[in-house]
Design a protein around this ligand. Structure first.
Ligand code: 4AD
Ligand code: MG
Length: 430
């Protein structure tokens, strides 16, 4: 008998087939027994009918517990009443294991209990729906860049120097040297962009951030495009198009998962490019008007980002930040050397920053000054400085955090549910 995944059942109606999965639920009603089975791709209801109350399949049915692993054999038929519109008339049950009492039950569990059982929690319908959307999001990102001729060139995870400041670096041994886990592939992207024109890297990044918020992971995935000859305006447009393309793809293909999350997608459906653009100074004024006492030179925290983002129905682009709060590589604004051409895209509905990037310094002397000003060891950046000696051009790029984007798409409050095994401040188990 052919082994078929539940999501592929439509092509096997009225055929005898085999489903391999885990028991999700069971119930009985008179002469019928119902088994609800999940196989990772969907849920299928199987039925056993017999007037004989001692039917051998009924006896097997009685032994099965939640999460027991089994193989069901039988014929699949259409049935409007069944979840998914299909049902299997079971002729055989092969039990692989009768599961022990499953620790996660329909009753409410505390967060720390669920996090301790993350390896099992993944099977719950909501967690499953989020991660289903995650896989689609990753495909949508790759299709977007691959479809535009970007070259996917991944950057190293073990690095000799910092990209995003030295305070959040994970240090490790590299034989007789020190190495750091990558905070961003950007600096290497700048080198590959000069070799390939337009590139992206896509991988895990690490920040030893001592902030315990709903938006920070210690290990997260970031996609980072970098484009030679592109300005701030060019990269802003690229970011907007990426976001619009991801949203439309997920709305189109993951409706069932979004419904399982009870996500109200009204605002997402209305999102169009270009997004409103404000400068950092506009944002400060807006915040002050709303009663926030932030002043020029302060970085936005979560409350500020949320307040700005709630002011708009669409994601919003913030540009022209004070140089003092941004990284060493940012291009100063024309006529305002105290501002840099950074770009942050804040998601709507209070979700805050999902994209960070901007235009990079391309002038050799200026870059050398900035490296010195930021107290960075020049030797470690010698190769990066080289890029400004051999055909230097203006260039721009950004990073988009997969988990931040996914939280917003799914309408999830805490980022820990957007990655199979989150690394959080003080949590590395399981
Ligand atoms: O704004 P960030 O720090 O920018 C950079 O790393 C640039 N070097 C990227 C570039 O220009 N190539 O981070 C970019 C994005 C943020 O907007 C956010 O979506 C995500 O990465 N991010 C985090 N996501 C989860 N947990 C954290 N601790 C994150 N820190 C940043
Ligand atoms: Mg940022």
């Amino acid at each position: 008998m052919e082994w078929v995944y539940i999501e592929d059942l439509k092509g096997h109606i009225d055929k005898d087939i085999e489903i391999r999965g885990w028991l999700y639920n069971k119930r009985s009603s008179g002469k019928i027994r119902f088994l609800l089975v999940r196989d990772g791709t969907g849920l299928l209801q199987g039925t056993i009918y017999s007037p004989d109350k001692d039917h051998p399949l009924f006896q097997t049915f009685d032994t099965l517990t939640h999460e027991s692993s089994l193989i069901l054999r039988g014929k699949v038929r259409e049935d409007k009443r069944a979840p998914g519109g299909l049902e299997m008339g079971i002729t055989e049950i092969e039990v692989l294991q009768v599961a022990e009492d499953f620790p996660i039950t329909p009753k409410e569990h505390g967060t720390s209990f669920l996090m301790d059982h993350r390896h099992l929690w993944l099977r719950s319908s909501k967690q499953h729906a989020v991660l289903e959307i995650r896989t689609e999001l990753i495909k949508a990102i790759r299709d977007f860049f691959d479809g535009r001729g970007f070259r996917n060139l991944d950057t190293p995870i073990l690095t000799p120097s910092a990209c995003e400041g030295t305070t959040t670096l994970f240090e490790t041994e590299y034989f007789d040297q020190k190495a750091y886990l990558s905070q961003s592939g950007q600096l290497y992207n700048e080198a590959t962009a000069m070799a390939f024109g337009k590139v992206y890297c896509f991988g895990p990044t690490f920040r030893a951030e001592k902030s315990k918020t709903r938006k920070h992971l210690i290990e997260f995935w970031m996609v980072e495009p970098e484009v030679a000859f592109a300005t701030l305006a060019d990269i802003k447009k690229l970011g907007e198009e990426l976001i619009v393309s991801i949203i439309s793809r997920v709305l189109e293909t993951k409706k069932e998962a979004l419904d399982a999350l009870e996500r109200d997608t009204t605002l997402l459906q209305g999102i169009k490019a270009p997004f409103p653009q404000i400068t950092y100074e506009d944002a400060i004024r807006l915040l002050n008007e709303k009663g926030n006492s932030i002043s020029f030179g302060d970085d936005f925290g979560s409350p500020e980002e949320a307040a700005i983002s709630e002011h708009f129905d669409s994601p919003v682009c913030v540009t022209h930040f004070p140089a003092v709060i941004k990284a060493f590589y940012m291009q100063p604004a024309e006529g305002r050397p105290d501002l840099v051409l950074g770009l942050d895209v804040l998601a709507s509905e209070g979700y805050g920053e999902i994209i960070g990037g901007g235009q990079r310094i391309h002038d050799l002397v200026l870059l050398e000054e900035k490296i010195k000003e930021h107290g960075l060891p020049r030797e470690a950046y010698e190769w990066y400085i080289d890029l400004r000696k051999y055909g230097s051009v203006p260039h721009s790029g950004f990073g988009m955090g997969v988990e931040r984007m996914l939280s917003w798409l799914c309408g999830i409050k805490h980022i820990r549910e957007t990655i199979p095994f989150p690394r959080l401040l003080y949590r590395i188990y399981p």
